[in-house]
Design a protein around this ligand. Sequence first.
Ligand code: NGQ
Length: 458
Amino acid sequence: MIQHYWAPSALLSDGWANAVRFEVDAQGMIITITPDASADEAEMLRGPVVPGMPSLHSISFQRALAGLTEKGGPQGDSFWSWRKLMYRFLEGLQPDDIEAITTQVQIEMLRAGYTSVAEFHYLHHQPGGAPYANSAEIGERLIAAAETTGIAMTLLPVLYAHDSFGGTPPTAGQRRFVTDLPRFASIVETLNARLQGRRGLRLGIAPHSLRAVTPAQLQAAVVLADTIDATMPIHINAAVQQKEVDDCLAWSGRRPVNWLLDNQNLGPRWCLIHATHTEVGEAERFARTGAVAGLCPTTEGDLGDGFFNAVPFLRAGGRIGIGNDSHVGVDPFLELKLFEYGQRLRFERRNVLAKGIGASLGGHLYRITAAGGAQALGQPVGTLAEGQRADWLVLDSDEPALAEHSGDGLLDAAIFGPARRPVRDVMVAGRWCVRDGEHPQQAASFARYRTVMKRLLS
Ligand code: NGQ
């Protein structure tokens, strides 16, 4: 059935328009968009409409760890000491727990304005490292969560084989992640079959990092992706910490982003997550490939990663998107605020990433990260245009931080103002997931999540 919607204003691919009528088909795709149209027999949208934001990096089980690693450690805490706590924490998680945590975080994401997510899935095996009878058990739980919540998802099974550069053996803490290539291929193929024909769901792959795979394994993963679908998204953690850069230099004589540029055919299907430690020359080369830089400002802040070299990257035409990664923040507007604030604190300036004199910074950041996120997920979202999917947010004009703002001013206010909940209603693929800020499964999900947390924290 074709549905008609009418919005008082909407951010379309060519800018804001008023009195916009959308025609959406039974698959949730936008067939026509007509500005200055009548509302006759259309469902009235109760506020300004903007594209839903894709999150290009989520590790859903880490949601339950948020807030548990904020106590001083004996020798000064770092990313690496956090990682040890994370490994210890995940040892206790069972498939039901992971499904409950994932369902909870996806509902939180939808309510905050994320309509799609790239799930970086490396927790493959049982505690202790033995495979499940169904080697794709956990991946199937992640899909089940997406089917419960309605979020669109690009599922990225992760190839993880080693602890560090040069093929060093994995540590005990990494046992639940480790696969050889044949087992990885079987997980990928099972999940691919499971995802066929599912609205809003697709497959990608992710070699974890240059630490966790050898060059030959990286190449084999790319070949595997190509045999299934030559457009399949490929994500990899790039240069998250200075130590990773130093170790990569010691191993290969190159920094990680330069190594990838020299050894892989990087292009628009690639997304480099946490390309934090990228020098100006690398950033410019990376930008020219058309690959996406996956930024996760709250997590990168939480883990003390550093600042991405955004100015030269964006100046060279680089594409960016945002992810909420470990879920210490679940709010796309907050990610964008912290991204810009990082640059302000670094350079002691304001509006560092603005496009030009008088141009709205919030409007610019929102547009480029929605489009970059869509590219990284390989999904037809991120802009409202004919032929794109109906993934959109109805902003709440009764939220005090947004009151009386219009056009890009709404996005400036939602990102840089004190809005608590700028999003009223959320549609994914033509279906309402959130109405008046509420998701129909939120009470059931929270009850289940709470039971899991009670056990984990006891
Ligand atoms: C991850 N997370 O895969 O969960 C990583 C940490 C690693 C972030 N970098 C572990 N945020 O890179 O080895």
